[in-house]
Design a protein around this ligand. Sequence first.
Ligand code: COA
Length: 382
Amino acid sequence: MERYAHITGWGMAVPERVMTNEEIAKLVDTSDGWIQERTGIRERRIAGPKETTASLAIEAAQAALEVADLSPELIDLIIVATSTPEHLFPATASLVQDALGADRAGAFDLLAACSGFIYGLSMASHSIQCGAVNNVLVIGSETLSRVVNWQDRGTCILFGDGAGAFVLQSSEMPGGVMSSLLRSDGSGGSSLIIPAGGSRLPATFETVRDNQHAIQMDGKEVYRFATRVMASAAREVVQCAGLTLNDINLVIPHQANRRIIESAARSLNMPEDKFMINLERYGNTSAASIPIAACEAVAQGRLRPNDNIVLVGFGGGLTWGAAMVKWDVPFRPEVSPWHRIRRQTVYQLAKVRSALKRGVRRVEGALYRTRPIPEEKQPPKK
Ligand code: COA
């Protein structure tokens, strides 16, 4: 019996704060005209002091669970694709799992930079297809504004914050993620990098002073790489699914630069209106850009039931990847109000339970520390 991984829920979350190109022009030597002409970006969202990669991920995940009408206790696996995790560990995915009250879920972070969401989608669909899990939450979430050097005009104009999430569920009905491909070329790692903060270059006064905890990029190099791989990955993944480019209704590319997307459209010989583009409002939100664009494509009626779509991403690593999806979920605008109330209750209870568990852990710790060591386990007296 064959199993398929269908996308049954989608959701997004972006910070309220909008940062325009004009504002950036007050920080570095640039202009709205230059940024729009070279990238297509007009504005981006910037996380406020209380917003983090986890808080955006949780909001997007809750929206996706709403669309799928799925209870958090039924999630088997949570994958958070991010380059800006809350900590090196614990994984942001575990924080999301705790906040959602997803009791039965495994959770891990995935780092493949801007290709992270495609990598997560591929892992999730294969886990479903092989029978290991039934319900998976794949989230791309970023707060890149926290790792941007706001004095570097080559990078700070490009990035923004946000999150997007998909719910994937198993079904015997053919459809969903039909093929995917993942690629990497680590020889180009230094062309898009945050050099410090890992084990190779731990934080020191010097690394902070020299801005080595911020994104460094060889823009031209990355541009050339992106235009090369996008079209070939899209072509290959469509072929793998047994289709041709003529069968594709919509391409949802990683939103890095309008010129890169236009170049891919030319290489694929596809009209530009078959490409979903919303980077003018969000900039490059890395692992979050593809699910955010998918959510907006649904909202705008550009992504409809039974459409064949291609998702294609590229980024640091260097990494790239693509997925061909049959978007055949029956749309369910009428989510039962009872289910919605139940989910809200689960989220509230998750907070209480998390606090209780932390309390119990503290008490256990205190008791363990004060318990006397039995005579026979004490070191011999001299
Ligand atoms: N504002 C004004 N001028 C700028 C500028 C800015 N923000 N950034 C660079 N310039 C200047 C350069 O100094 C250069 O001036 P010069 O000719 O006097 O030396 C000129 O503009 C051209 O610079 P260049 O680097 O050739 O620009 P570009 O057309 O390649 O555009 C990027 C730069 C970063 C927009 C472009 O290379 C790009 O988008 N690359 C891909 C980056 C990307 O997508 N990264 C994420 C991947 S996931």
